[in-house]
Design a binder for this molecule. Sequence first.
Ligand code: NDP
Length: 319
Amino acid sequence: VHESGPLAEVMQLEQGSVPQPAAGEVRLKVEAVGINFADVLTVTGEYLTRTKYPYHPGMEFAGTIDALGEGVQGFGVGQRVACLAGRGGLAEYAVVPAVTLVPVPESFSAAEAAAFPVSFFTAYHALKTLGQGKEGEWVLVQAAAGALGTASIQLARALGMRVIALASTPEKLEIAKKLGADVTILQDDPERVEKVRAAAGGKGVPLVLEVVGGKRFQESLDMAANRGRIIVIGNASREQASLRPVELMKRNLTVTGLWLTSLMADAEATAEAVKGVTPLIASGQVKPQVGPVYPLEQSAQAFQDILDRKTTGKVIIEP
Ligand code: NDP
């Protein structure tokens, strides 16, 4: 991507040479790339950080190690790994620092491996380390059939929490229900605020995972219980939200931001998420939800379908 603009125009395949790993790096034969909303916003130029061009998308991917740079330890040629390199995954080969590799269970397919780290680590931090979710407590999950939503529902249930799911269509709510959501409500139900508050015992929800932003941000506050915690994770609406601090004061609300990129810069936070999620993955209590799979040539279409809210689970592109 050389400039911002309509996805189909600015996302173009280019021929390169197979890259060589330097010291501390590995080369992956890329098998599957998990596409996050953040990838889409980075291409459209609307993400949290300014997009630097040329930009090579694909922040999260999985593949087989096929060459090791000098000094790399703990990984071997032929091993399947996931990778959180931040960019460069949409390619046949990618060279990445070994520190960005994430070990994955052998039972995972390449698509499952690529669907796992961002959504599950984000969900874990939202529910536990930042959200301080407790067993038996209600949590509100928005965009519940999406990549983060499906991870959040499963993790919340595995941690003993009760889930109210919001999504835009009955089909999406059905997915949420199958994954264990206790209550499902349409995102555009005219009585959604009252219904959410009623579902959580009439007092509102103690923990809200907020991913839509814009006008919906106020609703997240309205749905929260007195002393509720609202974790701001996304802004899928791409609209500005406003916040009146006195309202937080009146209802003893806490609003906490979460950005996985800056959290993962802290080795302790990464270790905490790995430690929390790994046993639940190993026991099969939670499982990455692979959504539609596209070939590399249809990358722009895959990105557009996420923007158009047509997808569920984690969108995968296979080079
Ligand atoms: P999803 O697979 O969940 O796709 C995005 C979903 O957002 C859509 O399916 C749609 O669900 C919902 N949505 C609501 N309003 C809109 C809108 N106006 N336009 C488009 N979509 C809308 O994507 P991800 O799992 O990658 O991300 C979900 C959210 O979480 C995003 O906001 C993303 O930026 C954020 N996120 C943040 C992270 C962080 O570190 N802070 C890490 C990971 C994700 P529906 O149709 O049901 O409303």
